[in-house]
Design a protein around this ligand. Structure first.
Ligand SMILES: *Cc1c(COP(=O)(O)O)cnc(C)c1O
Length: 232
């Protein structure tokens, strides 16, 4: 038993309890382990326990860890950080998922650069649900048009939406921001019949609230790996 193992189990039990409390199935919620700033050896340790989905924020870290763990065939890499257009190629060639698409130009490049022999890149639209000026993410009012445009790109599969709410918001404001993302997604499913099945929301501090508001994927760093000392 290691610390990481115990922490990972603790997060799984939080997910189970939160799901049960709102009459959802625990296995309807995927645990994405956010390994940014932690070494490939920590990812491998968790992989050996059975964790499969890992999230990275920095392109170079993703590239290095994916190379170090290329012998783990069913490890699924999620890119969740800000993405500039000069870095899209590495992500298109390395990641299985990208959660942080918020501009058509980035989506077009990812689609063009996705290698033919790989499955379509699974994509979530990042939406700025808190309205903070400094935040990445498309504005909610612009999300439907962007989602429609992305859904027509050949080498991407639009799976849903992602948000990073205002961390200083109180519980109620946080719930409202999560609910806004779910409502946007439900609307698009209804009006455009887009097959969206993923709501990427909830982090170490608020996963219970996110699950109550319909999250299908929680992105957990600190509660598994511990506090980050470096950037991130
Ligand atoms: C770092 C990060 C997380 C994980 O946050 P914790 O609070 O450590 O669980 C989740 N999502 C994104 C986009 C992140 O950058």
């Amino acid at each position: 038993m290691t610390t990481i193992f115990t922490a990972w189990q603790g997060v799984q039990s939080r997910i189970g309890i939160a799901a049960t409390a709102c009459a959802r199935q625990p296995d309807a919620i995927t645990l994405l382990a956010v390994s940014k700033t932690f070494p490939a050896s920590a990812v491998r340790e968790l992989y050996e326990f059975g964790q499969r989905h890992f999230g990275e924020n920095y392109v170079q870290e993703l590239q290095e860890k994916a190379a170090a763990l290329s012998d783990c065939p069913d490890l699924v890499w999620h890119f969740i950080g800000p993405l500039q257009s000069n870095k899209t190629r590495i992500v298109a060639e390395t990641a299985d998922w990208v959660h942080s698409v918020d501009r058509l130009k980035i989506a077009e490049r990812l689609s063009q650069q996705r290698p033919e022999h790989l499955a379509p890149l699974q994509v979530c639209l990042q939406v700025n649900v808190s309205g903070e000026q400094s935040k990445s993410g498309v504005r909610p009012a612009e999300a439907p048009a962007l989602a429609r445009a992305i859904s027509r790109l050949p080498n991407l599969q639009l799976r849903g939406m992602m948000c990073i709410p205002d961390p200083d918001a109180g519980q109620e404001a946080l719930s409202q921001q999560f609910a806004l993302l779910r409502q946007l997604q439900e609307q698009l499913r209804a009006t455009d019949a887009l097959p969206l099945d993923t709501l990427s929301m909830g982090m170490s501090g608020d996963l219970e609230l996110a699950i109550r508001e319909g999250s299908t994927m929680v992105r957990i760093g600190t509660a598994i790996f511990g506090a980050r000392t470096a950037k991130g």
